[in-house]
Design a protein around this ligand. Structure first.
Ligand code: 6R9
Length: 648
């Protein structure tokens, strides 16, 4: 890992925050010299405070860090109100529907819609601190809903629309939501799909959800229950002024559930001030957002990328953000490129899995469109392989755009490691360097920096404003998940779960998760969750799942299954279909098993722990370098290898 070097085309950038690597280094040094002072300066410069903060960083109860203590603000004031004076008629959101229809929402219109929605929530009894689950398609009302919660200080928890009723139910219960906001459904690839029936199912055994607000989008028939209310009706009579709730810097802004290596998904809790500061700053630093730019992030709002880079970041920066209901492959492989041409998109942000797919189904497709408005191409969600990077660079970016390979996580709130588009020399496949203010380091468990070309733990060794505050309802799990793997100078530091390597030039190369998390098409899935689902099948005695490299998805799910009665299974494919039905019900279709092997047993340590590392190596077709003699059942490894090899 050292790689070729590409240099930014500086002429594309008029007035970037970082013009060159010297400026980057100066800022890094400023943070090194005066960490808190530099953050305080940025927070005062960027945020419109109702009341200034008294203390920049409170470490007294580490790792439960507090930032900008005593400050008062409202995130929607930062994202909307403060822009009205200079850009009330500017497009805040440009929305494109699956069928190509589009809608532009100006900042003034956004202000009214959010206030109306906030008043609607209030009229249903939603108050500061209440949790509101949002299960929505990619329509503007989803953004209005998030912001309406923020306006009144309610804590939103967006659940990805692809999740099943079971998964939705778990999240509603964990957050103890008072209200759920959903839609009848929406459109995908020219056809309607439904969400409301899933909400009905999720709520079957829940009695504490008081209201379900239904946005009518696709106008298909749905059942209306006693707790359902129609958004389209109720919104009519709402006043379009709603005084923003005065929020403390550290009040929770939202929860977002994500997979960990064990147990149920965890509710990652973010705060107000630190989160919004970093969402806005990274728009300026990494995406070089300028007043006339049109920014398009293709994520779903159900993921952190959608939160930070469709809604909060672009709006805090006063930018125009594009929101897209459909998929980039419909009606054809040119859809995304056509949208870039139509809206003259300046920054395009997507995932390697989409890049690989678009490459595969239409390698020359981008050339048919005028993509000259593009300045920056972003990628996120998983390591990007150099081949995909180069196609993105050469064909989509026409050999001139800067590629920002942004490494970050649900827990980090915004970008942590990324090139700066006008400054950093790029290496395809490397996320390059930590952003100023972010002390991301590749270390061993004791905090020693790893030498070049040796894999270590990717840690963030100082707290940062947009970091996760806790896991909702489970502070112990927060400490255990993130602050119990590595220490620096004797102090626990944040461990990301990823491994990484420095090259000789100090570039960081992310190697992927070192824990039991699988990354399928940029979606985080816990092996434990998938295994728990598979175990519902009555014929399954034991199961272990691992990630297997996949050409398009990055990783796919490989399941090693021990059957109770192998003789009962006549049709292997039928059986896997049944297993996938269960997974679809328990989690969602994204977690489905693509490859499997029926094995006589799983390799286990003497304490009974399944050695996934060995199973991962077998799935990847790698040699087993680990000593297997200490296993309880070493012979099983040979048997599994033989079975997997015979499956091809
Ligand atoms: C933003 C987001 C986080 C995990 C993370 C890592 C992987 C994200 C990456 C990347 C290599 C990048 N990841 N960006 N790996 N290069 N540029 O994706 O959040 O869904 O929480 O996933 O995704 O493994 O730990 P999240």
């Amino acid at each position: 890992m050292t790689g070729e070097v590409y240099y930014p085309h500086k002429e594309l950038f008029k007035n970037p925050v970082f013009k060159n690597m010297c400026e980057y280094k100066e800022m890094v040094e400023e943070f090194e010299k005066d960490y808190e002072g530099t953050w305080a300066k940025l927070a005062r410069e960027k945020i419109t405070w109702f009341e200034d903060f008294k203390q920049t960083l409170d470490e007294s109860n580490a790792p439960f860090y507090k930032w900008f203590v005593g400050g008062k603000l409202n995130v929607t004031y930062q994202c909307i109100d403060r822009h009205l004076e200079s850009k009330k008629n500017k497009a805040a959101i440009i929305w494109e529907g699956d069928n190509g229809e589009n809608k532009t929402i100006t900042y003034l219109e956004l202000y009214r819609e959010v206030n109306k929605f906030a008043n609607l929530l209030k009229s249903l009894g939603v108050k500061k601190g209440d949790r509101v689950v949002i299960y929505m398609p990619m329509i503007p009302e989803a953004a209005f809903a998030m912001l309406a919660c923020a306006r009144i200080g309610a804590i939103h928890s967006v659940v990805f629309g692809g999740f099943s009723a079971e998964a939705l139910k778990d999240r509603i219960i964990d957050a103890k939501a008072k209200v759920v906001i959903t839609a009848d459904g929406a459109f995908r690839k020219g056809a309607p799909y439904m969400l409301k029936p899933t909400v009905d199912k999720a709520l079957e055994e829940i009695d504490f959800v008081e209201k379900v607000i239904v946005v009518e989008r696709n106008n298909q028939d749905i059942e209306w229950t006693h707790r359902d209310v129609s958004y389209n009706e109720l919104i009519q009579n709402q006043p379009d002024e709603c005084t923003p709730e005065i929020m403390d810097s550290e009040d929770p802004l939202f929860l977002l559930y994500t997979s960990g290596s064990t147990g149920k998904p965890k509710g990652v809790q973010h705060s107000q001030a630190g989160y919004i500061l970093w969402a806005q700053l990274t728009m300026e630093w990494v995406f070089d957002i300028k007043d006339n730019d049109t920014f398009w992030c293709t994520a779903d709002i159900g993921w952190i990328t959608g939160h930070t880079y469709i809604v909060y970041g672009p709006l805090a920066a006063g930018a125009t953000t594009v929101m897209f209901e459909g998929v980039p492959t419909y009606p054809d492989a040119g859809r995304a490129w056509k949208m870039i041409e139509n809206y003259k998109i300046n920054q395009f942000y997507t995932a390697p899995t989409a890049i690989r797919l678009l490459h595969k189904i239409g390698a020359d497709e981008p050339k048919k469109y005028d993509l000259s408005s593009l300045r920056i191409l972003g990628t996120v969600g998983e390591p990007i392989d150099p081949a995909a990077w180069k196609w993105y660079y050469d064909v989509v970016g026409n050999g001139r755009c800067s590629i920002v390979d942004t490494w970050w996580q649900t827990e980090t709130g915004g970008h942590m490691i990324s090139p700066l588009p006008a400054a950093t020399p790029f290496k395809p496949g490397s996320a390059t360097f930590p952003l100023p203010g972010i002390f991301a380091e590749v270390i061993d468990e004791n905090g020693n920096k790893m030498p070049a070309q040796e894999k270590g733990l990717l840690c963030i060794t100082k707290p940062w404003p947009s970091m996760i505050r806790t896991i909702w309802g489970d502070p112990e799990r927060f400490v255990k998940s993130y602050f119990s793997t590595a220490k620096k100078n004797g102090k626990p530091v944040y461990f990301s779960g990823d491994g990484a390597i420095y090259d000789e030039d100090g570039y960081i190369w992310i190697t992927g998760r070192v824990d039991d998390v699988i990354n399928v098409s940029g979606h985080r899935l816990g092996t434990a969750e998938i295994e728990d689902a598979i175990k519902y099948h009555p014929e399954v005695a034991e199961v272990a799942v691992v990630g297997k490299p996949d050409e398009i998805k990055g990783e796919s799910v490989f399941a090693y299954i021990v059957l109770k009665n192998p003789e009962n299974i006549a049709q292997e494919l039928e059986f896997i279909k049944e297993v996938n039905e269960i997974i679809k019900k328990e989690i969602g279709a994204i977690a489905k098993v693509d490859n499997f092997a029926f094995v006589p047993g799983l390799p286990k340590t003497r304490s009974g722990k399944v050695m996934r590392r060995i199973l991962r190596a077998i799935a990847k077709g790698e040699e087993i370098t680990q000593d297997t003699s200490t296993l309880e059942n070493p012979q099983v490894v040979e048997e599994i290898i033989a079975i997997v090899n015979s499956c091809g």
